[in-house]
Write a protein that binds this ligand. Structure first.
Ligand code: NG1
Ligand code: ZN
Length: 550
């Protein structure tokens, strides 16, 4: 009863906005920040219930990622550090849209019974809160705290301004009983990065050392975090621009989303950077793309996108696995056939998929949205997933990691100098460097840098792994995006009827043509993607398909 009146009283201070329907999309709730107080408060309640149900620490991140500065959003990190389980999304939608405190209470009451959530006073809930640099973040964080505090015995811990992946990492680390502060995060990344650098074959070390890396921080949280990390990396020459301190606006003409979609230089970059290795993060630093500026005459870039980051990781890991499986002078231990797979979406450049298949890798497609990619990647011993936009990571199975540990220990006692020993250590270092909770621009960036140095590759060598097919992305504003329904990992439209045939007819006009449409999960638009043998053809295919949607 005390619990009930607590919810009623506190929720009456957070009335929902009129006439807006919010839904927990692929990236949680996202909207103009002024609409979100009540939703964030209610997600605070949900997080406390989730923590009680799972007996684990839960995370809440307040961010709208690459979206404009006046937007904000909130998403829940589950005990594994991954996205909220889809089973709870309908409850999130329902409570976000409950019109009155009474209705809200009723929904919570029913859900608690249905899910058997223990309110025994024995267990308590614990929620870690983080936010990006958006000005609206502070008051939204307060709303989330009040939501959490309206559940008896729930504890809200404010972790301050963080990148999205840092918060997910902390949740995962806490639930594994590991050290989980922000400093622990930096130490784990820096330590495993140094380990990879120390293992670089002689003569290959630091080919690129005086060729610095320039990072576009999207005027978001990533820039300041990289400055901290940089101090622990003795020797990696990094320059951060668009750190948010110079007055630039978050995600405006800067950042990974802009760079990947527009394929032009972000603000603060230009002819002075011709030939330099550059990288862009998004506003909450969970996306990473690289690029170079080919000429001082135009603002067009050579983009090295998520597909190519995936390919670089795949090449390196495949190399280590094959070293590990060769036998030295004596046979050491049992071998282990690691199941190795890569996961992409329909946005992956067709050339990348061909390349990965040529490497002999298993390639699986899922719909857009990290939760789908992550789930598939978790089925492998080593699963790499990336969206073309630069969000992705590598997952290692517990089973494979424990085999690798014991193999490594065995090799340590028998032949420390063997190539197999080094390969095992490299793979262990990758598993610690890469953020296995979620895609992480900082950890991904360090892995890219370590691998480029290992290979002795410049950004151009890397870019030449394969040639991207020219592509174009457009978005069409629509009244009701749910009118478009897709199938086969979003490559086919099943509703409205007839559209797919019309798209097929357009595709047939272009050599190497490929095109699809899908409703965005984060904006009120239908997205159009097209790819063809020339840029003109890709542009023209995209615009004729866009006309079919209008
Ligand atoms: P939507 O709006 O559903 O296309 C966008 C990205 C996704 C994912 C989410 C979450 C594209 C084409 N889509 O989703 O890949 O990153 O945002 O932030 O880049
Ligand atoms: Zn992001």
């Amino acid at each position: 009863e005390h619990q009930k009146s607590l919810i009623l009283n506190s929720s009456s201070r957070f009335p929902p906005p009129h006439g807006v329907r919010l839904s927990y999309g692929t990236a949680g709730f996202r909207a103009d920040a002024s609409l979100l107080q009540s939703t964030v408060f209610r997600v605070g309640i949900l997080a406390a219930l989730r923590s009680l149900k799972t007996h684990s620490v839960i995370g809440l991140m307040i961010t709208a990622s690459h979206n404009k500065a006046s937007d904000n959003g909130i998403k829940v990190a589950d005990p594994s550090g991954g996205m909220l389980t889809p089973d709870w999304e309908p409850f999130a939608d329902a409570i976000a849209n409950a019109a009155t405190p009474q209705h809200l209470l009723q929904l919570i009451d029913e859900f608690v019974k249905k899910e058997n959530i223990p309110f025994d006073g024995v267990r308590s809930a614990e929620i870690l809160l983080g936010r990006d640099t958006r000005p609206s973040g502070e008051s939204l964080l307060e709303a989330a705290k009040q939501g959490i505090n309206s559940i008896v015995d729930a504890l809200a811990i404010d972790m301050g301004i963080l990148t999205t992946p840092q918060l997910h990492w902390m949740v995962r680390a806490r639930n594994k009983g590991m050290k989980a502060t922000e400093v622990d995060y930096y130490e784990q990344l820096a330590g495993s990065f140094r380990c990879l650098i120390d293992l670089i074959p002689n003569g290959q070390k630091f080919q690129e050392i005086d060729d610095k890396l320039v990072i576009d921080g999207a005027n978001g949280v990533g820039g300041e975090k990289i400055e901290v990390l940089k101090k622990m990396l003795n020797g990696l020459p990094i320059e951060v621009r668009n750190s948010g301190k110079g007055g630039g606006i978050l995600n405006e003409g800067v950042g990974a989303d802009y760079v990947q979609k527009e394929k032009v230089v972000p603000q603060g970059f230009g002819s002075k950077d011709v030939g330099t290795r550059c990288a862009s993060l998004d506003g909450d630093a969970d996306r990473l793309v690289y690029f170079s500026v080919p000429s001082s005459n135009s603002n067009v870039i050579d983009l090295v996108d998520g597909d190519k980051i995936l390919s670089l990781f795949a090449v390196f890991i495949k190399e280590q696995l094959s070293v590990l499986s060769t036998e030295g002078d004596e046979k050491i231990g049992d071998n282990y056939q690691a199941r190795f797979g890569v996961i992409q979406t329909a946005y992956a450049n067709g050339a990348s998929t061909d390349y990965l298949k040529q490497l002999g890798l298993e390639v699986v497609f899922t719909p857009t949205g990290v939760k789908y990619l992550h789930e598939q990647a978790a089925r492998y011993d080593i699963g790499i997933y990336f969206e073309a936009n630069g969000h992705g990571t590598i997952l290692f199975s517990e089973c494979f990691l424990s085999w690798l540990e014991s193999r490594y220990n065995e090799l340590s006692s028998k032949n420390k100098e063997s190539e197999q020993h080094k390969a095992a250590l490299r793979l262990l270092a990758v598993s610690k460097l890469i953020n296995q909770a979620v895609g992480d621009a900082l950890s991904g960036l360090l892995l890219v840098e370590a691998i480029l140095q290992h290979m002795g590759w410049s950004i151009h060598n890397w870019a030449e792994l394969y040639q991207d097919l020219p592509s174009r992305q457009l978005k069409v504003k629509v009244v009701d995006r749910t009118a478009v329904v897709t199938a086969n990992a979003e490559t086919m439209v099943v509703r409205p009827p007839g559209i797919q045939d019309a798209i097929n007819a357009e595709i047939a006009k272009y050599p190497q043509g490929r095109s699809f449409i899908r409703p965005s999960g984060t904006e009120d638009v239908i997205r159009v993607y097209a790819e063809a043998s020339t840029q003109e053809a890709a542009d023209s295919l995209a615009s004729s398909v866009a006309k079919l949607v209008d």
